[in-house]
Design a protein around this ligand. Structure first.
Ligand SMILES: Nc1ncnc2c1ncn2[C@@H]1O[C@H](COP(=O)(O)OP(=O)(O)OP(=O)(O)O)[C@@H](O)[C@H]1O
Ligand SMILES: [Mg+2]
Length: 264
């Protein structure tokens, strides 16, 4: 479904600030995978998403999405197939626009139409049902300015927007990290529900070990721009929090994998 073959990205090459963000990275994502990605700060997790989305060009290597080589395809073309949600709920939304207007914009993805045609009457029932299924009571507030919603409510709408056109791939970059535990749990639950309902392929970056082992079918650990650890199947299902911490320790390459990063 998605393959990264020998992908390398270096920022500020040849300067004292040189960072080898991705180093000969290989990853094969199967359709229907729900992958959790963990790794220390600076491991290259967000850069991985940026190269898949086409925001950051690769220095070398290939990206294949649904059988097509998209390595040199511009971001806007790939975005038709990719949904993304970031850590900050404000990033994915626009104050001054209502929930309905946000959904209308998301409904235009991949269509050559003006904004007016997105706010169609025929979408009203669909939007109502979409927001009702989020289970936060927001279906009666479709004409409320998004700026008036809490972070968790906004993130639930952002997630709805990212999934409603059923993208082939959903990439979540610590999308619950800025929320309180309760709102975070609700958004995570919604994530799992949408993934199942739409049969999405999901890659979810998280710093929560509990999330990393509690959600999805496959777990990847990144370190220094590489996939260090990739576990699925029975091994993944039977993995417990303490096993995971132990695996990290045994894989430590003697540098930046601090306990603080791992346990957070
Ligand atoms: N656009 C950029 N320009 C220069 N350096 C960058 C850029 N994007 C990322 N980097 C650097 O590349 C490395 C990997 O960054 P990345 O954001 O992928 O890490 P991460 O695993 O997502 O970390 P975190 O857990 O802190 O989000 C870091 O050293 C970062 O400073
Ligand atoms: Mg990141």
């Amino acid at each position: 479904m998605l393959s990264l073959e020998h992908v390398s990205v270096t920022f500020h090459e040849g300067t004292p600030n040189e960072v080898r963000a991705l180093q000969d990275l290989n990853l094969h994502v199967r359709a229907g995978d729900f992958i959790t990605v963990i790794g220390a700060n600076g491991a290259g997790k967000s850069t991985l998403f940026n190269v898949v989305a086409g925001v950051v060009p690769v220095d070398s290597g290939k990206i294949i999405l649904n059988g097509r080589d998209v390595t040199n395809q511009p971001e806007y073309r790939r975005s038709l197939h990719i949904g993304r949600v970031f850590q900050n709920p404000i990033l994915g939304t626009c104050p001054g626009l209502t929930i309905r207007e946000h959904l209308s914009l998301a409904a235009l993805r991949g269509k050559r139409l003006g904004l007016g045609s997105g706010v169609k009457h025929s979408n009203a029932a669909w939007f109502y049902e979409l927001v009702k299924s989020v289970n936060l009571g927001l279906e009666t507030r479709l004409d409320t300015d998004i700026a008036l919603l809490s972070g968790g409510q906004r993130q639930a709408i952002t997630l709805t927007m990212a999934t409603m056109m059923k993208p082939k791939l959903l990439m979540l970059d610590e999308h619950t990290a800025a929320l309180d535990p309760n709102a975070g749990a609700q958004v995570l639950e919604l994530t799992v529900k949408l993934a199942e309902e739409y049969g999405l392929t999901v890659i979810m970056i998280t710093h929560s070990m509990q999330q990393a082992i509690g959600v999805g079918n496959r777990l990847i650990m990144m370190n220094r721009g590489r996939v260090l650890f990739d576990v699925s199947g029975l091994e993944r299902e039977t993995m417990r929090y303490h096993d995971l911490i132990e695996r990290f320790r045994s894989l430590q390459t003697g540098d930046e994998l601090s306990d603080r990063t791992l346990m957070s």
